[in-house]
Write a protein that binds this ligand. Structure first.
Ligand SMILES: Cc1ncc(COP(=O)(O)O)c(C=O)c1O
Length: 358
């Protein structure tokens, strides 16, 4: 494993940096430092901690034309004893490499990925917010930097980790969901399971429709337009007849770490969990006849947010019985409590960032 080289300018920058705004929002403020690593000649050459700043890219770098890029999203939390812990970073490292394989990009050894995350967290420790629900959001990403317009995998890459002290993702306590009946996000054999920019770019047209119709989140159906898949940046769950239902993971759905963690907590609490195909017709009927009492979206950024209602293409609104989500909020409290170090969670979920004096 390569040690991250610490540049003194980066340390100086972070020592002087403060944020006075108490409303952090999500991804609004960036830490003044970043990790940068270069891949060339078939290997990762070096890892550096540098001042955060603009990249110098050749206009014909492959990422700018063919979208060869991947990313991750993860969080570090301040603990009651003031130490910093990351939530399940090895899961992000693993998923990053899964995305890398699908996008013909080089993998980063899991311990190297986690070491780089550790370093940026350790040097950003004064920027990890203190209030419950706030955290240091990490954005590791990789882009293809080889210059040339031939459509083929790049041989050169840049890996970066940016960090953003963040608060709540949604301003409201619940979300309104717009059901996308026309466009699709992913099909079998495609890239739906990979965390790569193209999936998000393809969702933006529907995002505009979603917002125009007074909703907050787009719900994607599968390529047959029959089954619920996920949101543009979150997974989906519903409580139907007292059981926790969620679409089973396929190659068209991003395998969310929050989703997996919630299922583990729910099973542990004795709740019945159903991971299967979930037809949109069945979901809407269940909402209408109130056998679906709650629904929620879940992901690293939002943790858990109850669904208030669904809006269909024909303008029909399906109001969820308990739109503020009693069980959803119990699950949220448990997960947030574990992440903030106020509650015990399953062994190995919280990864301690080694303190560094600087
Ligand atoms: C498309 C998509 N689905 C689901 C999720 C939730 O995944 P996680 O819980 O790992 O953040 C995300 C966010 O990463 C996402 O971008």
């Amino acid at each position: 494993m390569k040690k991250v080289e610490i540049h003194p300018e980066a340390v100086e920058r972070v020592k002087k940096f403060t944020i006075t705004d108490t409303n952090l929002g999500f991804g609004k403020y960036m830490a003044p430092i970043m990790i940068e690593a270069i891949y060339d000649k078939g290997e990762w050459q070096r890892f550096d901690l540098l001042p955060y700043g603009p990249l110098k890219l050749d206009p014909c770098s492959k990422v700018l034309h063919y979208g060869q890029e991947i990313f991750e999203g993860m969080k570090a939390y301040r603990q009651p004893d003031d130490s910093i812990k990351m939530f399940r970073p090895e899961q992000n490292a693993r998923r990053f490499n899964q995305s890398a394989r699908r996008m013909s990009m080089p993998e980063i050894p899991e311990d190297q990925f986690i070491h780089a995350c550790d370093v940026i967290c350790a040097y950003s420790k004064n920027l990890v917010p203190r209030r419950l629900g706030e955290s240091l959001y990490l954005r590791p990403f990789m882009i293809a930097t080889e210059v040339g317009l031939g459509i083929k995998p790049s041989k050169q890459f840049l890996f970066i980790i940016a960090a953003s002290p963040s608060g709540a993702y949604f301003a409201a306590d619940s979300v309104k969901v717009y059901i996308e009946r026309d466009d699709i996000r992913a099909a079998h054999g495609g890239i739906g399971f990979a965390k790569t920019g193209g999936n998000y770019a393809a969702s933006l047209k529907s995002y505009a429709k979603t917002i125009d119709s007074g909703c907050d989140q787009t719900m994607w159906l599968d390529s047959t337009h029959q089954y619920v898949e996920e949101m543009s940046g979150m997974n989906f769950m519903a409580i139907i007849n007292g059981e926790l239902h969620t679409p089973a993971i396929t190659d068209t759905i991003l395998d969310g770490i929050t989703r997996r963690s919630i299922l583990e907590l729910a099973r542990h609490s004795g709740m019945k969990v159903v991971e299967d195909k979930l037809s949109i017709t069945h979901l809407l009927e269940s909402v209408q006849n109130q056998s679906c009492t709650e629904a929620f979206v879940c992901g690293t950024a939002s943790v858990i947010c109850p669904v208030n209602s669904f809006l269909d293409k024909d303008g029909k609104i399906y109001q969820v019985k308990d739109g503020t989500g009693k069980i959803s909020l119990q699950l949220r409290e448990k997960l947030v409590g574990i992440q903030a170090g106020r509650e015990d969670g399953p062994e190995g979920w919280m990864h301690t960032v080694k303190d560094i004096k600087f």
